[in-house]
Design a protein around this ligand. Sequence first.
Ligand code: ADP
Ligand code: ASP
Ligand code: MG
Length: 824
Amino acid sequence: MQVLKFGGSSVGTTDAISKVIAIVKARVQTTPTIVVVSAMSGVTDQLVLLGQTAAQGNEAYQTMIQNLAQKHEDAVCALLPTAQQANALSMVKALIQEIESHCSSIFNDRVLTLHMQDCLMSYGEILSSKIIAAVFEAEGVDQVWLDSRAMIKTNSTYSSAVVDRALTNQTIQAYFTNPANQHALYMAPGFIASDAAGHTTTLGRGGSDYSGAIYAASINASILEIWTDVSGMMTADPRIVNNAKEIPRISYHEAMELSHFGAKIIYPPTILPVMHARIPLWIKNTFEPAHPGTLIENESPKDNNVIRGISSIKDICLLSLEGAGMVAIPGFTKRLFDALAKKQISIIIITQSSSEHSISVGVSVQDTHLAKIAVDAEFEEEINLQLLEPLIIEKELSIIAIVGEQMRNHPGVSGKFFSVLGNNGINIRAIAQGSSEKNITAVIEAQDVHKAINLLHEAFFETAYKQVHVFIAGAGNVGRKLIEQIKQQVSNLQSTLRLQINIVGIANSKQQLIHSAGIDLNQWMDQLAVAPGGSIQEYVSAIAQHNLPNSIFVDVTADATVADSYAQLLSKGISVVACNKIACSSPYAHYAKLKSLAQNHHAAFLFETNVGAGLPIVSTLNDLIRSGDQVNKIEAVLSGTLNFVFNHYAGGKDGKTFAQVVKQAQEEGYTEPDPRLDLGGTDVMRKILILAREAGYPLEMESIENESFLPAACFNGSVADFYIELEKQEPHFKKLYDAAEAAGCKLKFIAKFEKDSNGKATAKVGLQHIQPSSDFYHLYGKDNLVLFYTNRYPELPLVIKGAGAGADVTASGVFADIIRAARV
Ligand code: ADP
Ligand code: ASP
Ligand code: MG
């Protein structure tokens, strides 16, 4: 014999029921079959609500009954030929009348006992199984309806009754061995049973799977099939992980652990009866019957999968008993567990600190109140004597678990588990590993579950791609180029670095666009234009709330408020990539704090483009220092803007004034929004400051000497005022130029950092006359040049030279940082 169980969604619509009929009809031809069905999907919930509504004295329950009647009558009419509907319709009517009569007594008494609730819930399965039995009868199948209440015997714990397996076996076997009861098909309602007094009981929500297993084990069926709405057991809940994969084979133990830790696909007690009887258990998809599904069997397959699946349980609370006197209390653990057991509170996870000063248990949140009363009462005396603290309760938690029998032979699984979570700022409240080493379990904050499961899934099952989520602040020149470059490279990065870069947020000073599934990079400008507005603080809060794995915040603004948000982001484990120089040139203490936040929260804080746009200046410096070198002197032309300006200004000889050259630089995108930051030397001061700091010297901005060539009057007023003043100052600039030319030199704005023989570090910036013999003389266009004099490069410096400004090169430097951050 064989047992096939069909879940709520498989019998939820007439279309689905037709599929069930087709599957079963093909199977009964060869082997006698027990078909166990759930209630039509949603019906059990409606029956519970119905009872509650009646108990509240709310007459709306009557309309609810009518809706229920309608749903089942519709099914009869759609599934049976007209001539054969009458019997089935009167059967439905009679059952609905029974529901009505129960509800009217609940309404009068204003109370819904668990006993009565079980009785009401049972009608869901009774109705669905009887309707389907009527369809088979109409189709001429040799079948009989089997009352599971008479077959499966339980205790009287209503709503989650415990099955008396010995008595149930006897009853079922007695029935099936009777020659009078031989049929091709037995239609049985799942979920329901009865106690010794004959009162209806239920096996717990989702319990029809268990009914199937009980029938299968009692008759020693050749196979148990659980037909549902997915093609088998998957590596994670497909509603949480888009890339969840079907598991072709899995052991009973692994399946049991996964379901125990929340995989809803199968009700946890289901596995045990079939495991003991060694009956193969298949999970199949009613809507895709040709798909092989999952085979649950004795052996765990010997493949490369160290872990088989990931699951989670929501709404957990952690109860902790602590106290220095705990060691002295005899039978302490037993008393704790007994106190909980007496109140029927089931413990999902247990952890004890090795000092034995605290023990924590994870339970369902609805048990919290009862547990608190029970445990505090049990230990009242010890609490009064201050040997123990009253029970501590932490809520809004969830449990996540990875499961796999091969884990015990593979060291390093738990290391990977914890580093994946830790590197993404997910705080672990408690951990447990079963002594059989089939699972590793952690209690984490509920808000982190989605992220944690996706990260773990990626780490253990998706060697293919690492999903990276990028949030961009700033959609100006650099931002636009960056998005364009990323768009061009997405597939290349997938194939070469196994990185899947998703831009999930783009914000400018007015609008903010966030799509956690990834923004369409062909349409982002149109979408951003109509996106809602918000402050940078709102953007940052939204980023934190989305809590996406491997998140990177990219600052391509020059805005101080954006820079102010880095600390908050880094402390949430979100990496920061900045071309904005404000944070790194802020007071040293702040710069140092950001660096340590990044380190402590396993996030990257990268700012290559703070100096020399896309040139590899900061990363080269970092490599030198990390490999043990020491920087003694840096000389550099660090302003692409100033270089452009002095290379294009010929003292007015070509008819162009200094102001016109500056304007040209701005129009071509080589200046800060306010060019005075470049011309006044502030920008170069920031850059040499950042290099000095990265070289290990804690300099402050104020300690840098600046020999400004810009007359003081230029600093007054707006950018427009500045250009007017600059025109007026043309004689001043011409004089600077002429003096240099007369000496056979060029004008260059040089930054210099130096450490004297006492180890004292100084830095200064200023305009200098450069001789033709100097490295700086032949520096054209907007090029930058940096000379690093270090212990390893003492006389001939390490030289980095190239375009040091421009949206394209800056964007590519930012992009390189994003890739570095993604690979951290
Ligand atoms: P039925 O009504 O057939 O009993 P359930 O809703 O109880 O179906 O269980 C099937 C659902 O379980 C799937 O639709 C899926 O969303 C969910 N599920 C959770 N975890 C897993 C998993 N690891 N593998 C497959 N499905 C899972
Ligand atoms: N109908 C019951 C429930 O919804 C049992 C089941 O579907 O397995 O919980
Ligand atoms: Mg189910």
